[in-house]
Design a protein around this ligand. Structure first.
Ligand code: HEM
Length: 343
């Protein structure tokens, strides 16, 4: 009995190591594990968008580049040693976008807006974060996302979902309920500048004394929320035009609010919110965006806003979506950059 255990352990370890490596390599997982590979997920994103759109991101395809700075308040030093969160200013390059794989989709269809940022500290370390305007994700595993894509949500474009497939998906994935409830209660905003963006996934922060806390963060706009009007909704490009007009008048500003988890708060399930009003929040500083450029030749075009590219002092949680995100963003990036090179 003992002997068998000794033999089983190395076998399990090798299988696990191969599985982990294979997941990143993108092919072994399809043979040994039910987890979808990054290529399979990105293929489904292309299919849900009707087809691949060469040179564009396979999700959040429509967007614009932004630049500005982050003025750290210094308050986050208590929880993170990251240089970008110290008191002072660091440069920011980012991207505003809407979920969906069609770069020509009408803005009224992009119910989920997004903000991706890279903040580079004086020590040369860059923090990449990609946030959505909905604080929860519809599913909590890569398998769930794959099934959701196969059931073809309307946000992903294409000819719309088959209601029977979609109902079957929802019955099999009741964890989608908080996401749907949030969308129903929060009509889309009238612009990027009055939208809040959320990290959705939990992360960890470590301070200079080595103390570790689980966190989520959000970018909270200084501009008050107003809902999208019917006139705005009938203009397919009102988001980019509105944002260009806004920054020509005055910079758009958001506060980086870091929410601290309490013991028992879920850190590996992106479908579950924490009761934020009962949690301590730290105002880490102000994001100031004063310029925007079209993505077609803007500085954000070829960037991979990999949510696991983190500076010392910010670490991932064990949320399984994070590794899947890193792999899928890399796959999408590889495809679109190769297509750009071919032009
Ligand atoms: C869990 C919460 C998630 C958030 C907050 C989020 C947010 C975002 C944002 C903001 C972008 C646009 C990035 C940019 O402007 O370059 C993006 C793109 C993308 N997302 Fe997500 N996402 C999430 C989950 C996922 C998951 C689970 C997957 C797949 C496993 C995924 C796959 C992608 C892909 C392939 C892109 C295009 C990347 C590129 O070509 O650079 N996302 N996401």
């Amino acid at each position: 009995m003992k002997k068998r255990h000794r033999l089983m352990f190395p076998l399990a370890a090798v299988t696990l190591a191969l599985g982990t490596w294979g997941y990143h390599a993108g092919w072994l997982a399809s043979t040994f594990s039910p987890s979808p590979t990054a290529a399979q997920i990105v293929d489904e994103m292309e299919a849900a968008a009707g087809r691949a759109h060469p040179g564009f991101r396979r999700n959040h395809a429509k967007g614009l580049c932004i630049t500005g700075r982050f003025d750290g308040s210094g308050q986050a030093v208590e929880i993170s040693s990251a240089q970008v969160l110290q008191r002072g200013s660091v440069p920011v390059l980012g991207r505003l976008s809407a979920a969906g794989g069609d770069p020509a989709q009408a803005d009224a269809h992009g119910m989920i807006r997004s903000m991706a940022l890279s903040l580079t500290g004086a020590d040369g370390q860059t923090w990449y974060t990609a946030m959505n305007s909905v604080p929860v994700f519809p599913v909590n595993t890569p398998e769930g996302l794959y099934e959701q894509l196969r059931a073809s949500m309307p946000e992903y474009g294409g000819s719309g979902p088959d209601p029977q497939k979609m109902n079957a998906f929802k019955q099999a994935h009741p964890e989608i309920q908080p996401f749907e409830a949030w969308l129903a209660d929060h009509p889309a905003s009238s612009g990027f500048d009055n939208t809040a963006f959320y990290s959705v996934n939990a992360f960890r922060m470590t301070n200079a004394r080595g103390q570790v806390r689980f966190v989520r963060w959000s970018m909270v706009p200084e501009t008050a929320y107003t809902p999208m009007t019917a006139a705005e909704g009938s203009d397919p490009d009102f988001l980019a035009f509105g944002f260009a007009h806004r920054v020509a008048q005055s910079p758009a500003r958001w506060h980086l609010m870091i929410t601290l988890a309490e013991p028992g708060d879920p850190t590996t399930d992106a479908t579950l919110r924490w009761p934020e009003e009962q949690r301590r929040q730290i105002d880490a500083g102000v994001l100031v965006i004063d310029r925007q450029q079209p993505q077609i030749d803007g500085a954000c075009r070829d960037i991979d806003f990999n949510p696991l590219e983190l500076p010392a002092g910010i670490e991932p949680s064990d949320d399984p979506l994070l590794l899947a995100r890193e792999a899928a963003y890399a796959e999408s990036h590889k495809r679109r950059v190769a297509e750009q090179a071919g032009h």
